[in-house]
Design a protein around this ligand. Structure first.
Ligand code: PSV
Ligand code: MN
Length: 410
């Protein structure tokens, strides 16, 4: 079997050489792309109709970190985990940083939560109460303090602010409150850190969401300061939005800060990346690779983060499967023959242009990724390695009873 994979790899290498693509460079890029997993993806979760308990689901932050570390151990490309405050609040964040390091990972983006507390029923920064707006700001500043303690460089902001009925709120007044709040957050950012502003077109607001789309998020960034960038969560658009176009546009404006990877069929379903629409993820990566290859695009710094909630699949397997999928989307995009594409676009050969993308998309990149992992000293198939590791059996036996509740929404 492994001989066969090696032979398939050799064939691919031959094809790439023929196209003049740099195989060693491609493998290097696959080795260094880091994908951040979310602490909240390891705990019990559910829908608004109920929370489902899973055998082995992490019950507290320590178990969530251990799971994130295991995912990194198997994939080699997930050295950080995002935390959500207060779900991941601890007394000693210095000790938490150390705990993560001892496990071979680090704390990544800090996600404040200004949506769950009863105080935020009518919003946070867009709340008409000055006291609540101040509380929200205080929480964000407290999260910035946590960033300093864990040495995180990304403050990841999502606001649930919105309204349910026409007439409920004054659009422009709310916008001005948001601008003022975001500017204060920007001022409090530590050296070398940035803030990412995530948008979502509905939910929990069903009439209005204050930061409803990428354009609004981009405007808020412009009004906020140079260290504010947009976060694209793949589940936060109306159906049929051309997300790859959004991505290219934001890159060109220097405003693409990061992703929350997931997939959806209907709304913000938070299912496994690529499970429903793999071609979309490939086309997004196609824009990223095009920008990486373009010397006129400087300072590209994209935080690749997962934001998923697996209620049906075993959480660890689903997370590993996600990482593997994201890597294959990147690998396929790296195989696009960009010179040929540019030439055929210039010649207005639409059929050839599309075929160039499809040729890359339909390439079986598993032998390439298996070789990359082998060179990194990893098992070529991380899901199989996980299944053989006995980790699930161990956590399913050990993790009985709740420690601190679900630890996530749902
Ligand atoms: C909101 O739907 C969101 O995508 C934000 O990123 C939150 O932080 C996360 O989900 C919470 O589950
Ligand atoms: Mn998100």
């Amino acid at each position: 079997m492994s001989d066969l994979v090696d032979r398939e790899y050799d064939l691919l290498a031959e094809r790439l050489a023929h196209q003049g693509l740099d195989l060693e460079g491609i493998k290097e890029r696959l080795k260094v792309q880091e994908i951040e997993t979310p602490s909240w993806g390891y705990g019990n979760s559910g829908t608004r109709f109920g929370v489902f308990k899973q055998a082995g689901a992490a019950r507290d932050l320590h178990e969530r970190l251990a799971d994130a570390a295991m995912v990194h151990q198997l994939t080699g490309v997930c050295p950080s985990t995002a935390i959500h405050i207060p779900w991941d609040k601890v007394d000693d964040f210095g000790a938490l940083k150390q705990e993560a390091e001892d496990l071979g990972i680090r704390i990544g983006a800090v996600n404040p939560n200004v949506f769950q507390d009863a105080d935020y029923k009518m919003g946070s920064f867009a709340n008409s109460s000055e006291r609540v707006r101040r509380n929200a700001l205080d929480h964000l500043v407290a999260c910035i303090d946590i960033m300093e303690q864990v040495n995180s460089k990304v403050l990841s902001l999502w606001f649930a602010d919105g309204t349910n009925y026409p007439g409920q709120g004054d659009f422009r007044r709310r916008k001005h409150w948001f601008e003022a709040g975001l500017r204060e957050v920007h001022e409090a950012l530590p050296e070398g850190a940035r803030m990412l502003i995530e948008y979502k077109f509905f939910e929990p607001g069903f009439y209005l969401t204050d930061i409803a789309d990428w354009g609004m998020a981009a405007f808020y960034c412009k009004h906020t300061g140079p260290r504010a960038q947009v976060l694209v969560d793949l589940g936060h658009h109306p159906l049929s939005t051309n997300i790859e176009h959004v991505v290219a546009f934001l890159i060109d404006e220097g405003l693409l800060g990061g992703f929350h990877f997931n997939n959806r069929k209907y709304a913000d379903d938070d299912v496994t990346t690529g499970s429903v629409n793999p071609y979309e993820v490939f086309l997004i990566y196609n824009e990223i690779v095009a920008a990486e290859d373009d010397p006129s695009i400087r300072d590209l710094d994209i935080a690749y983060m997962v934001d998923q909630s697996h209620n049906i699949k075993p959480k660890m397997e689903a997370m590993i499967q996600t990482v593997v999928f994201i890597q294959s989307a990147y690998a396929r995009a790296l195989l696009v023959d960009r010179n040929a594409l540019l030439a055929s676009q210039t010649e207005e050969d639409t059929v050839r242009s599309e075929s160039i993308l499809q040729e890359a998309f339909t390439t079986d990149v598993r032998p390439l990724l298996a070789r990359v992992r082998k060179e990194m000293g990893l098992h070529p198939d991380p899901v199989a390695a996980y299944r053989a590791s006995g980790y699930f059996e161990k956590i399913a036996e050990e993790r009985v009873g709740e420690l601190e509740g679900a630890g996530s929404w749902g």
